[in-house]
Design a protein around this ligand. Structure first.
Ligand code: NDP
Ligand code: GDR
Length: 344
C-alpha cells in the first residue's frame, strides 16, 4: 500500500485527490489547520471523511518542525502540496501572509523531505497566475512568467524552489502549472461558484442581483476532478518535471454568467459598458447582473489559455469535461443545496 500526504484537505482539490487516492488503495494523511470551527464539508460531500485509510492531521505549512514531524509520522511515499492562501484578490490586502504561506510554505516541505527522506516524491500546486500579463498565447511550460499579483509572485518563488531542489538534491520534485479548475466544491469567493450560487438563489427568489467586477477577464476553466488525476499521473512518471494542465479554451467571465443563467433556464440581455454594464432577465425584465467596481483588482490577468500538449504526450492526460457540462453541474448542485435550505 502506498502512502500519500495531501496538505490542505479542507480545500477543493484535496477533497477530489483524497477520493482518487483512496479509490486507488492509498493510505492518505490529509492535513488541516487548527481553527475555531474546522470545516470538512467537502470530504463529507464526497463521502470519504470516515474512510478507514484516511487520517486527518493538524498541520500548518508555515511550520518547519511540523513539516518534519508530518513526514516522520506518515512514512509517506508521495506528498501533494495543495495548501496555500489561494485567493488572488486577498493577496493584494495580505501580501506578506500570502508570501509566507504560498511562497515560503512549500520550502518547509522541501527541506523536510531533504532531511527526513529524499526519496519522497513531491507535487507542488503551481498556477497559470505565474504567466500573468500576456507574453505568449497559448501559455505553455516554456512561456516566460510575468505574475500580476502577490499570489502569483509567491507561487513563482515556490515554483523555482521546486526546480532548484530537483536540480540541486536530485529530489523527485514536480510542479503542475494548473489553469483555473472549478467544481461544485469550489469556494464561494471564486467567480464561477459565486456566479452559480447566485444563479440558484435568483432562480429560487432568494437573491435579486449578482454583483461582479471585471467581466472581460478571460479564463481557461476546467473541472477539478479531471485535474487531480493529472497531479497523480505526474508523480507516477519516470522523472520529475513541469507540466501545464489546461483545456485550451478560453471564455470571458460574462460568457460564464450567460452560460450559468442558461443552465437555470434564464435568458439574459446585456446592456451598457464597463461600470454601467447590466444583464436583464428577458422573461421578467428585471436587472439580475450588474458591475460593482469594489470587485476590481489593482492589477488584472486579462487572458489565460493553456496548451496541455506536453501532459497529453508524456502522461496521457486530457480534460474530460466541457465547460458547458461543468457549468451545468455547478448550477445543478447549487440549486439542490439552496432548495434544501443551505449553501456552503
Ligand atoms: P483552496 O483554497 O480550496 O484550498 C486551499 C487549502 O490550503 C485549504 O485547505 C486551506 O485550509 C489550506 N491552507 C491555507 N493556508 C494554510 C496553512 N498556512 N497551512 C496549511 N494549510 C493551509 O484551493 P484549491 O483546492 O482551489 O487549490 C489547491 C492548490 O492549487 C492551491 O495551492 C492553489 O493555490 C493551487 N491552484 C489552484 C487552482 C484552481 O483553479 N483551483 C489553479 C492553480 C493552482 P483552510 O480551509 O484552513 O483555509
Ligand atoms: P483567479 O480566480 O483569480 O483566476 O484565481 P477568480 O475566480 O477569483 O477570478 C477569475 C476572474 O474573474 C474576475 N472577477 C471576479 N472574481 C471574483 N473572485 N469575484 C468577482 O466578483 C469577480 N468579478 C470578476 C477576476 O477579476 C478574475 O479575472 C484562481 C484561484 O483558484 C487561484 O488559486 C489559481 O491559482 C488560479 O485560479 C489559476
Amino acid at each position: 500500500m502506498k502512502t500519500a500526504i495531501i496538505t490542505g484537505i479542507t480545500g477543493q482539490d484535496a477533497a477530489y485527490l483524497a477520493e482518487l487516492l483512496l479509490e486507488k488503495g492509498y493510505k492518505v494523511y490529509g492535513t488541516y489547520r487548527r481553527t475555531s470551527s474546522v470545516n470538512f464539508w467537502r470530504i463529507e460531500e464526497l463521502g470519504v471523511e470516515n474512510h478507514p485509510n484516511l487520517e486527518l492531521v493538524e498541520y500548518d505549512l508555515t511550520d518547519l518542525s511540523a513539516s518534519i514531524r508530518l513526514l516522520q509520522i506518515s512514512s509517506a511515499d508521495e506528498v501533494y502540496n495543495l495548501a496555500a492562501q489561494s485567493f488572488v484578490g486577498v493577496s493584494f490586502d495580505q501580501p506578506i501572509t500570502t508570501a509566507e504561506i504560498t511562497g515560503i510554505g512549500p520550502v518547509n516541505l522541501l527541506e523536510a523531505i531533504r532531511i527526513v527522506n529524499p526519496k519522497i516524491r513531491f507535487y507542488q500546486a503551481s498556477t497559470s497566475e505565474m504567466f500573468g500579463k500576456v507574453q505568449e498565447i497559448p501559455q505553455k511550460e516554456t512561456t516566460p512568467f510575468y505574475p500580476r499579483s502577490p499570489y502569483g509572485v509567491a507561487k513563482l518563488y515556490a515554483h523555482w524552489m521546486v526546480i532548484n531542489y530537483r536540480e540541486s538534491y536530485d529530489i523527485f520534485a514536480t510542479s503542475g502549472i494548473l489553469f483555473n479548475h472549478e467544481s461544485p466544491l469550489r469556494g464561494q469567493e471564486f467567480v464561477t461558484r459565486k456566479i452559480t450560487d447566485s444563479v440558484a438563489k435568483i432562480k429560487l427568489g432568494k437573491q435579486d442581483v449578482l454583483e461582479l467586477g471585471n467581466m472581460d477577464a478571460k479564463r481557461d476553466w476546467g473541472f477539478a476532478k479531471d485535474y487531480v488525476d493529472g497531479m497523480w499521473r505526474m508523480l507516477q512518471a519516470d522523472k520529475p518535471d513541469t507540466y501545464v494542465l489546461a483545456t485550451n479554451r478560453t471564455e470571458t467571465v460574462r460568457d460564464f454568467v450567460t452560460m450559468a443563467f442558461k443552465a437555470a433556464d434564464i435568458q439574459l440581455e446585456w446592456r451598457g459598458k464597463d461600470e454601467q454594464e447590466t444583464a436583464t432577465d428577458v422573461a421578467t425584465g428585471k436587472v439580475v447582473v450588474k458591475v460593482n467596481p469594489k470587485f476590481y483588482r489593482p492589477a488584472e490577468v486579462e487572458l489565460l489559455i493553456g496548451d496541455p500538449a506536453k501532459a497529453k504526450n508524456d502522461l496521457g492526460w486530457e480534460p474530460q469535461t466541457t465547460l458547458e457540462e461543468l457549468c451545468a453541474m455547478m448550477v445543478e448542485a447549487d440549486l439542490r443545496r439552496n432548495n434544501a435550505g443551505f449553501s456552503f
